[in-house]
Design a protein around this ligand. Sequence first.
Ligand SMILES: C[S@@+](CC[C@H](N)C(=O)[O-])C[C@H]1O[C@@H](n2cnc3c(N)ncnc32)[C@H](O)[C@@H]1O
Length: 278
Amino acid sequence: MTHGSTALKKMARGNIASQADRHYLYQESVQDTEAEIDFVENTWRSLRDRPAELLREDFCGTGNTACEWVRRDRQHYAIGIDLDSEVLEWGQLNNLEQLDDDPYQRIELLQENVLDAHAEPADIVLAMNFSYYLFLERADLLTYFQAVHAGLLDDGLFILDAYGGYDAPKVLQEERECEGFTYIWDQASFNPIDSMMNCHIHFEFPDKSRMEKAFSYYWRLWTLPEIRELLEMAGFSQVTVYWEGTDEESGEGDGVYQPSEAGDADPGWVCYIVAEKL
Ligand SMILES: C[S@@+](CC[C@H](N)C(=O)[O-])C[C@H]1O[C@@H](n2cnc3c(N)ncnc32)[C@H](O)[C@@H]1O
């Protein structure tokens, strides 16, 4: 084999990043839809005496979580809402159309603004992976929470997640190894005066090629008291923070989230918030 052909072979297989699919990588590294829907089902069961049917996934992206909802039960329906046609088309092809016929009939993705969604009243509205941090002003976040309140049945639940901790406003990069690639969370800038930050997700591959800024977010690092106050102002009658327990052996989070009024001052935490309409 000549040096030339070796170089060509290297070039052909040498740039995994250019051939990788950012939505696939996102789903593999960021989302845990089974754990999310486990939390949703357990929480609904503990708070309500009837089965939940319609789940609306706001900021649904590829609709991955909504797919998990309709796979779980024949009575489950889902509507996913996102502004971006590109991500919705990807989700339609790679997630919805991979469902069996029966769950496929019970899910729909809508290209709409969550502030003005034309969806039937839902049992549950989900806003995951901090997507509502994209609303930068209090008035806009309040308008969104009011829209969710109006979009729920009377006994409906709004379930959202939040993150924080003393590392959250730092400029830093965190790496995590995933199957076949490295996920890199990049907190590129933070402005303490208005709490706005620029964050990116990059992916790196075993051949050292990188997909830079596969996803970028300009958002506001909201605090839990602000979020709770705005949910209450929007009309939710009960707003509860579900805080993660600690595994005694590892000292890490144990994946079990319980209603809490006090949390640990961790460097990085993720919690759920459950807002009850009535
Ligand atoms: C961080 S991604 C969330 C992906 C997914 N929900 C998850 O759990 O990983 C944010 C998504 O929100 C969408 N988005 C941003 N503003 C929106 C709005 N006003 N209405 C609907 N979708 C919006 C973007 O197109 C993007 O797909």
